[in-house]
Design a binder for this molecule. Structure first.
Ligand code: BEZ
Length: 256
């Protein structure tokens, strides 16, 4: 397995136990998508294909796109048409009725406008982009505790940070700049119960931060972050992450 642009290696089997909640909690976004039989839908950042499979089950022709070869293989194993694609360089042209994306856009930090230009290119005029991602303030206390632990060691936390969590106002402006009319956009806190402790969450989702820590010190960092967060996020031994979501529906304008 190799480390990808977002500084992450996804292990589909570990993800199935530590990260399944991501697609489970993304299910309400399917109501926003309201897929109709016969539509052609791109799932951008399809992961192991759980939600793409549900869209296909609604009678749509689904293409999954992901930058992780491991996830693409897992999605193909479900029988999906999954492609290994960098979200910053989507290779599709006017062929989709809808682009769907759950919990993936926040990993595409390098150039969000290039991502949106690719989504706009992929849609037919009038096509819709329906997505959810981390919003400004997402996992703020976890991020702060990781920054503290790295900074105490003289490590560059900012340089290791691969997460992009915009405000609704910022993202609306990017969507409009890419030629979308924003039909609906909202940001809301969604405290998220974790299947294990925060140290397990960090191992699954914060690999880029851990990569800059010498291996011999990683467990100490995990322990330190976990203890710092316990009073706020780990009461009574049950861990809850301070997620904040950004959800939107944007329509590609006809004139593009
Ligand atoms: C999220 O879904 O908001 C998220 C997950 C992992 C790392 C950062 C954000």
């Amino acid at each position: 397995m190799s480390t990808h642009a977002a500084g992450q290696v996804w292990d589909p089997r570990a993800y199935a136990s530590n990260g399944r909640f991501v697609s489970e909690l993304g299910a309400p976004l399917l109501d926003w998508l309201a897929p109709r039989a016969g539509e052609r839908v791109l799932d951008l950042g399809c992961g192991d294909g759980d939600l793409a499979g549900r869209i296909a089950a609604a009678g749509c022709a689904v293409v999954g796109a992901d930058a992780s070869p491991e996830f693409v293989a897992a999605a193909r194993a479900r029988g999906l048409d999954a492609r290994l694609v960098d979200g910053h360089a989507l290779p599709f042209h006017g062929e989709f009725d809808a682009v769907f994306s759950n919990a993936a856009l926040h990993w595409m930090k390098r150039d969000p406008d290039a991502v949106l230009a690719g989504v706009a290119r992929a849609l037919r005029p009038g096509g819709r982009f329906v997505a959810e991602m981390g919003a400004a303030g997402n996992v703020a206390s976890i991020r702060a505790a990781v920054y503290d632990a790295l900074t105490r060691r003289g490590l560059d936390a900012v340089g290791a940070d691969r997460w992009y969590f915009p405000t609704a106002a910022e993202y609306r402006s990017r969507l409009e700049g890419a030629g979308f009319a924003v039909a609906r956009i909202e940001s809301f806190p969604r405290p998220t119960p974790l299947p294990g402790d925060v140290s397990g969450w960090l191992r699954t989702f914060a690999q880029a931060f851990l990569e800059v820590v010498p291996e011999s010190d990683r467990q100490a960092v995990l322990d330190e972050v976990q203890e710092a967060l316990r009073p706020r996020l780990g009461s009574a031994g049950l861990w809850t992450a301070d997620y904040v979501r950004l959800r939107f529906i944007a329509i590609k304008k006809d004139s593009m």
